[in-house]
Every structure is written in C-alpha cells, then in structure tokens.
Design a protein around this ligand. Structure first.
Ligand SMILES: [Zn+2]
Length: 265
C-alpha cells in the first residue's frame, strides 16, 4: 500500500475499528525504545557473548555458573526498563475492546506492566526463575539477592534441583500450550499486526502466514524489511513508539461513544 504515512494510518485504523478480532504480535523491536537490547541485532548480546544452550546449561556446571554470572550483570538493565509509548498504545487497544491478545517473543514483562491482560509469551518471562526438578517458581528479584550475596549457581530450596530462568533458552523446546494458542489466535483474527519482529525465527515466521491464510489483513511495523513485506497489506518501516500511538488515537476516534442511558427496548 502506497501513500502518505497519515493516509496509511487512517486506512489501518479503519480496518481495526471494523475488525472483530485483532491480534498484535511483538518482537524485540517493541522494547528497544525501552532500553532493552535486541539480542540478535548489531551490538546485541549475542554479538558479544556466545549463547549458552539449554543442553550446556543442564549438563555443564561451568556453563551454568557462566550463565548466572551474565544474568547477574545484566539484571539491573532489565529491571530498570519501563514500558514505552508502543507498549502503552497496545495496552490502550485492549482497553478500547479492540485487541484479542498480544503474542510476544519478548520475555521482559513490559506488555503486562503497560496494562495488557491477555499476553501469550512464546519465550517465557524473565521475571521468574523455575526449578527444573519440582517446578517451584521464584521471583527473579529474589534470586538476584542470592547472586549478590555470592551464590554462583542457585539451587532449589525445596528439592535442591537446578534453577533456571523461566525463559526459553537456545536449544530448548518451545512451550507447547503457548505455541498452540498463538497459532489458534493467529488463524482466528481478521487483523494481525506485527510490531518489532523481523519474523526470522520459528514460530514467529509462521504466525503472519497463518493469519494471511485465514483471510486476515497483515500489518507490519518494523524498522527494517522482512521476508513477509511482499505479502503484507500495510507496512510501516518506522519506530513503533511513533506509529502506534497515532494509530490508536485514530482507532479511538472511530469507535462509537458509550451509549447514554438505558438502551432502547
Ligand atoms: Zn525444586
């Protein structure tokens, strides 16, 4: 779709206002404006550190110690991050009754903190640490206190099992329930909006395809081009924090005002 940014936004706002089921899919790009680095991008963590796979983490104590050392160091940066204008706009879409759910590849909890209540996390949530033996969950902040007192490899208080961030590591299976839910919502929506994902990893790359196959309009808001651009109905190669608040304002202006008094019989 060509035309001015304003005209494109007006068109997409029409689609959202008329839609019955809108789904937003987010990747690292929605959180970079909150100061959270894109792990895979230039200057991202993986260009400085080689990732520790799930298999290394569970089988090699040295890898586990190194993983917690990195986690201890980067914690303050993640803990300080605040939802940005893009997160807030997506939360506003839910308050307006125009958002079925957010599907996210992010683990930063910023959608929930912005006010979204229906968030499907494909890669887990870094606010929690989980025991791989008994499943007991610990707030990440509590584990940070252990690390700062000198614990190098936290173990479960209940069973002594290995503790691991409740996020999906390289080489670890995707969570089944969340992946299935994400596919179901992607297939059932009529507008599918991708924000800040270059759609290169599984299952992210498939979700807009499912939506498109089911007849949904697909909107991309991403700084750079993606392999899906040629199939999208609208593309914004702009900052999410600029585009989304304007879009949501336009959606709000299209929705009927709340009725006054009791409805007519
Ligand atoms: Zn345990």
């Amino acid at each position: 779709m060509a035309g001015s940014l304003e005209a494109k936004l007006e068109t997409v706002a029409d689609w959202i206002a008329a839609a019955r089921h809108v789904v937003v899919f987010t990747g690292a790009g929605v959180s970079t404006e909150s100061g959270i680095p894109d792990f895979r991008g230039p200057g991202g963590i993986w260009s400085r550190y080689s990732p520790i796979t799930y298999q290394e983490f569970i089988s090699d104590p040295e890898a586990r110690r190194e993983s917690w050392r990195r986690s201890r160091e980067s914690y303050s940066q993640f803990a300080a991050a605040q939802p940005n204008a893009a997160h807030l706009a997506i939360a506003e879409l839910e308050r307006l009754g125009k958002l079925e759910c957010v599907i996210t590849q992010n683990v930063d909890n910023l959608h929930q903190r912005a006010g979204n209540t229906r968030v499907i996390e494909l890669h887990g949530n870094s606010q929690w640490v989980v025991c791989l033996e008994c499943g007991k969950r610990y707030p990440r902040a509590e584990i940070q206190a252990w690390l700062e007192r000198g614990v190098e490899m936290p173990a479960c208080e209940q069973c002594g099992g290995i503790l691991k961030s409740a996020t999906v590591a390289f080489g670890q299976a995707m969570p089944e329930r969340e992946t299935t839910e994400a596919e179901t919502y992607s297939r059932a929506c009529d507008v599918f909006i991708v924000v800040g994902s270059s759609l290169v990893v599984y299952p992210a790359a498939y979700m807009p395809r499912y939506a498109k196959q089911s007849g949904a309009r697909v909107v991309l808001v991403n700084a750079s081009e993606t392999d899906f651009d040629h199939r999208a109905d609208a593309i914004f190669h702009e900052r999410a924090g600029e585009v989304l608040p304007r879009l949501v304002d336009m959606v709000r202006a299209r929705l009927p005002a709340l009725p006054e008094g009791p409805p007519a019989a």
